[in-house]
Ligand binder design. Structure first.
Ligand code: PGA
Length: 253
């Protein structure tokens, strides 16, 4: 089964989010799709999107959560509040939060622990910057991020997915080759097998300039369980094509 995550970032009003969610969930059920689709709207739209996709096969995720459980944290949203809004998933460690909000691996580790403790499933973003890539530090960066962020023994394999998102590929139109993505997927499996003694159930997604024109080749690899889509998830026509391609690769695998 393939996974398609839509990260709507800081886009779409509540009503546009609900409209798009309705179109996506109707499409998913009409075509009896087996792929797992997770919509991640902004916090303000979660509740409304949750009611639109209630009783459908489409799932809901948030784009972040606080490392704290509750209390005096002005402006923060807790894992519990996200669950209360209907979410099953949360994206953590997105590079835009690292860059714009100064999040470190240690901060993200605290969020992962809290989200997991409260019962959310985690989509953990990892990936190298352009500079790290040019210094041939891609594998080292990913290994450091995964081993620092995921607390050993504390997270169940089925409750976490890795989204490999090279920072230089996000919103840029550039992507690594499918072979490179596959190699990173295999590398991540190795890390899980040796360090966390769980290999089987950790899903590996690719994100960064995913479009209908490039996702078939990315999804073809046995190591790639799905895609995390930003810009191309914001309008139905392109996104429904991605869903169709993911579905075709579900059937082939
Ligand atoms: P993009 O964003 O598809 O617009 O590159 C992906 C992401 O940042 O998750």
């Amino acid at each position: 089964m393939k996974v398609v995550v839509a990260n709507w970032k800081m886009n779409l009003s509540i009503s546009s989010s609900s409209d798009l969610a309705k179109k996506v969930s109707d499409f998913h059920s009409k075509h009896e799709m087996q792929s797992e689709v997770i919509l991640c709207p902004s916090f303000t739209a979660l509740d409304r999107v949750a009611s639109v996709i209630k009783d459908t096969t489409v799932k809901l995720g948030a784009q972040d959560c606080s490392p704290e459980q509750q209390g005096s944290r002005t402006g923060e949203i807790s894992a519990d509040m996200i669950i209360d809004s209907g979410c099953e998933y949360v994206i953590l460690g997105h590079s835009e939060r690292r860059q714009n909000n100064g999040e470190t691996d240690i901060d993200i580790r605290r969020k992962v622990k809290m989200a997991h403790m409260m019962g959310l499933k985690i989509i953990l973003c990892v990936g190298e910057t352009e500079e790290e890539k040019s210094e041939m530090l891609t594998l080292e960066t990913i290994q450091r991020q995964i081993t620092t962020i995921i607390p050993e023994g504390a997270v169940l394999a089925e409750n976490i997915m890795i989204a490999y998102e090279p920072v230089w590929a996000i919103g840029s139109g550039a992507t690594p080759t499918p072979a490179e993505v596959s190699e990173i997927g295999e590398f991540c499996r190795g890390i899980f097998a040796t360090r966390f003694s769980f290999e089987k159930n950790v899903k590996f997604l690719y994100g960064g300039s995913v479009k209908d024109s490039n996702c078939a080749s990315l999804l073809r690899s046995d190591f790639v369980d799905g895609v995390l889509v930003g810009g191309a998830s914001l309008e139905f026509d392109g996104f429904s094509k991605i869903l169709t391609i993911a579905e075709e690769s579900c059937k082939q695998s």
